[in-house]
Design a protein around this ligand. Structure first.
Ligand code: FE2
Ligand code: FE2
Length: 328
């Protein structure tokens, strides 16, 4: 009775695996049909991308997971040596085909590769169902339910790893774009457009808020730029006070002191922004700093355009005081 229950559970898993194989074959042949219906390499671009995405995102993690679980189990029976070797080679052939599809510039070749892939997979999956999975189901030495659950776990891990790889590709792209923007910003500065360059840097920092390393670099660059401009007497538009509402002025706002002189530079920025975020409209604070907080003003303009009023109350040479009021 117990044995029968186990067998029933194993049989259900067996059917699930066969169904899943059918889904893979369907998905592949749909994608190959779409590709074959295209006229040339240019118009087939997205069909090729969709096919490759499916192979790398689904087929290959599945293949790898089954090698490590199902194939490994049957290999305990030496009669499977040749068959499994052949099937692993077929998995490798899938990788080879998709790479050729991705790099070929000859559309006829791409189409024939895609068709080969479809045929190869049909034969391969047929063997997997009829020879490998059936054997595991019938044999009393294995529990297909357990093998399947290990396989699913492994498959999920492999897919997650794939996402990590993609993330690192994304972050490399962000790094390259950052360097590119920085270069453009410096070119802008060198051609006398310091104000526009500083605004761009402040926006860059705001956009990249998830990447604290790049935010810190943008911030440093912004400070350098503003300091250089101030020293060489370049007039910066942001230097003028921002008063968005006439009624907000000295004496009307509820202002407290925020002295950041003793704080580490990295912490200053965070503290100031947090303080501002917590303000109600009409309230403000007196920022007390040991250098002209002009870079900060660019950052306020990038993050809180039209929401703040900024007025210098003291401008050096040792202490700077700026009243920052939330107006909206
Ligand atoms: Fe396979
Ligand atoms: Fe499979």
């Amino acid at each position: 009775m117990i044995k029968n229950t186990i067998k029933t559970a194993e049989y259900e898993v067996f059917e699930k695996m066969v169904d899943h194989h059918d889904q893979i074959l369907d998905a592949l042949s749909n994608r190959v049909d779409n590709l074959n219906g295209c006229e040339d390499l240019e118009s087939a671009g997205s069909s090729i991308a969709v096919l490759i995405d499916y192979i790398t995102g689904e087929v290959l993690p599945h293949a790898k997971a089954e090698e490590e679980t199902i194939y490994k189990s049957v290999l305990s029976d030496p009669r499977f040596d040749v068959l499994i070797k052949e099937m692993i080679q077929e998995h490798e052939r899938v990788t080879e085909i998709y790479k050729n599809i991705a790099t070929s510039r000859d559309f006829l070749h791409v189409k024939s590769l895609a068709t080969d892939l479809s045929t190869l997979m049909k034969v391969h999956v047929g063997k997997e169902n009829e020879e490998v999975l059936s054997y595991l189901l019938e044999s009393n030495d294995f529990n297909l339910v357990e093998i399947f659950s290990t396989m699913v776990k492994r498959y999920t891990e492999l897919k997650d790893g794939l996402n990590d790889d993609l993330k690192s590709v994304e972050s490399t792209t962000v790094d390259s774009l950052f360097e590119l923007v920085l270069e453009s910003v410096k070119a802008l500065e060198n051609s006398g457009e310091t104000d526009a360059a500083a605004r761009m840097l402040a926006k860059l920092g705001a956009v990249l808020s998830e990447r604290s390393d790049l935010v810190a670099r943008a911030n440093l660059e912004l400070h350098r730029m503003v300091l250089k401009a101030t020293r060489s007497g370049v007039s910066l538009k942001s230097k003028s006070d921002v008063k968005h509402q006439e009624k907000v002025g000295e004496g009307h706002a509820n202002v407290f002191d925020l002295d950041v002189r003793e704080m580490k530079p990295a912490k200053r920025h965070k503290t100031i922004f947090e303080t501002f975020q917590n303000l109600e409209a009409g309230k403000g604070f007196m920022l007390i700093n040991d250098h002209d907080p002009l870079p900060l003003k660019y950052q306020f303009e990038a993050e809180y355009a039209n929401q703040f009023a900024w007025s210098y109350k003291e401008s050096g040479p040792r202490v700077w005081k700026v009243e920052i009021v939330r107006v909206a």
